[in-house]
Design a protein around this ligand. Structure first.
Ligand code: S3P
Length: 173
């Protein structure tokens, strides 16, 4: 098992924001799987969904995890796309990469943060609160299966969440 910290959770739970701050505080490299995929493909996530479809995107997510496991990279903060832990294969790969932390939020919190967002293809729908609720409850057991730790994020600021992650003694920076 590698010694990275991996942040998982639903869209808008703060993975990237918290991950960047944690990496900055601990002077570690930060990697976001969505950014890795966009760079590799040279187009945005929305464009990938529209032109190549979701399965193509999901295959890239698995490929990204395999690349990270294969190389010498280690001791990094990795934020992954909200749907990445859904694939059972990915749950195993995630846990091999390091300590997996699930940032858990209430659907209403997510809705407030993401209303008006146009960059998440899966949420471009009429009743997005209901869609968020449905997707979150369908994914809950996948997130739990992938995670070593769960942190509730509602009502907490970024620094508080970063400190909570740092308090976990099972990984060494
Ligand atoms: C997705 C989450 C997004 C991105 C894509 C699909 C999902 O990442 O990977 O739009 O299925 O939950 P964020 O969680 O970083 O928004």
């Amino acid at each position: 098992m590698k010694n990275n910290v991996i942040l998982i959770g639903y869209m808008g739970c703060g993975k990237s924001t918290v991950g960047k701050k944690l990496a900055e505080k601990c002077q570690l490299f930060f990697l976001d799987t969505d950014a890795w995929i966009e760079e590799k493909e040279g187009i945005t996530i929305s464009e990938i969904f529209a032109s190549k479809g979701e399965t193509y995107f999901r295959d890239l997510e698995t490929e990204c995890l395999k690349e990270l496991l294969k190389g010498n990279r280690n001791n990094e903060v990795i934020s992954v796309g909200g749907g990445l832990p859904v694939r059972e294969e990915n749950q195993k790969l995630l846990r091999q990469l390091g300590m997996v932390v699930y940032l858990k939020a209430e659907p209403e919190t997510i809705y407030e943060r993401l209303k008006g967002d146009t960059t998440r293809p899966l949420l471009q729908t009429e009743n997005s609160l209901q869609k968020i609720k449905d997707m979150m409850s369908a994914r809950e057991e996948k997130y739990q299966a992938a995670a070593h730790r769960v942190i509730m994020v509602d009502g907490k600021n970024v620094s508080e969440i970063v400190s909570e992650i740092q308090k976990e003694k099972t990984f060494i920076f």
